[in-house]
Write a protein that binds this ligand. Structure first.
Ligand code: 13P
Ligand code: SF4
Length: 309
């Protein structure tokens, strides 16, 4: 596969040719963010996917995100630059084990975080994202027990914010569990003016130190509006690209991990590259396909989320 000299121009041309829209998550490589038509958190991306008039959706994110776009747009071509771009959190909830868990608690409503496979969505009553989880749980009947899957950290955070007891599936994100509480505290001693901002997929000991907790979009918004001049950012550092663009005079410091590796970068998100983005558009593959029964069953809980948020 020969690559053109100017990938940006070649991608722009393919976009016109295909009548495509490029949707990107904040954890993507900065080059991909710069060429995207829309960059957002999982809720924003789902809304864009639900409302786009483009014929082709190029999803620069991970598999469950592109799958959600396909569930909402069964007749459109949904391309994912690298089909192996999965998610540890989605993988931590295998459908067979979850079906047994659900069957053991038949009176429970099932609320699933969007970071799960279509098969899990199909077994859920309502989907949520990190930006609407609290709002959605608050709208559910107070006397109804609730299963919350698959992220135990987001689940614990929602329990604390809503005062509701949730039956948690014990899944987690490998990226957000790498942050070191001790190193974050040490870093704040070195930067006493810095605020700590964190994603709710982080563990409770890290969240305890946060001045603000929110989805990626909410963290970006907070960083722009806060009077603080520096921030320690406890989420995947791809978001720092937008923070630096939108709050040029402020300093953004990636939160340190327990080991000295660059493991706070999501290995799944980072499988997508500008080259693969170009190639998937040129070759119209890899694309997302789903069995129709799963797609139909997964659509309802996503539609409910969009109505309730
Ligand atoms: P949001 O962008 O919705 O906050 O989700 C973060 C994440 O981990 C996506 O995989
Ligand atoms: Fe999944 Fe975590 Fe990567 Fe998000 S950051 S895609 S939750 S592994």
């Amino acid at each position: 596969n020969d690559l053109p000299d100017d990938l940006f121009e070649a991608i722009a041309e393919l976009k016109r040719e295909l009548n495509a829209v490029i949707l990107a998550h904040y954890y993507q490589d900065p080059d991909i963010q710069d060429i995207a038509d829309y960059i957002g958190d999982s809720l924003g991306l789902s809304r864009q996917a639900a409302n786009t008039e483009a014929e082709v959706i190029v999803f620069a994110g991970v598999h469950f995100m592109a799958e959600t776009a396909k569930i909402l747009n069964p007749n459109k071509l949904v391309l994912l630059p690298d089909l192996d771009a999965g998610c540890s959190l989605a993988d931590s909830c295998p459908p067979d084990a979850f079906a047994q868990f659900k069957a053991a608690h038949p009176d429970h409503l099932v609320v699933s975080y969007i970071n799960c496979s279509a098969a899990i969505k199909a077994m859920s009553d309502i989907i949520c994202t990190s930006s609407n989880a609290v709002k959605i749980i608050e709208q559910l009947p107070p006397d109804r027990p609730i299963i919350f899957a698959p992220d135990r950290n987001l689940g614990r955070y929602v329990m604390e914010r809503t005062g509701r007891d949730l039956l948690l599936w014990e899944g987690s994100c490998i990226v957000h569990e790498t942050f070191s509480e001790k190193k974050i505290v040490q870093l704040q001693i070195e930067h006493p003016d810095a605020e700590i901002i964190a994603h709710p997929e982080c563990e409770t000991p890290v969240l305890r130190h946060a001045n603000y907790i929110g989805s990626t979009t909410a963290l970006l918004q907070y960083a722009k509006e806060s009077p603080a001049s520096a921030f320690i950012v406890a989420t995947e550092p791809g978001i720092i690209h937008q923070m630096e663009k939108e709050a040029k005079d402020k300093q953004f410091i990636p939160a340190p991990s327990t080991s000295n590796c660059a493991c706070n970068e999501c290995p799944h998100m980072r499988l997508n590259t500008l080259e693969k983005l170009y190639l998937c558009m040129k070759n119209r593959t890899p694309d997302i396909n789903l069995p129709e029964d799963i797609r139909e069953a997964a659509w309802q809980p996503i539609a409910r989320m969009l109505e309730m948020s």
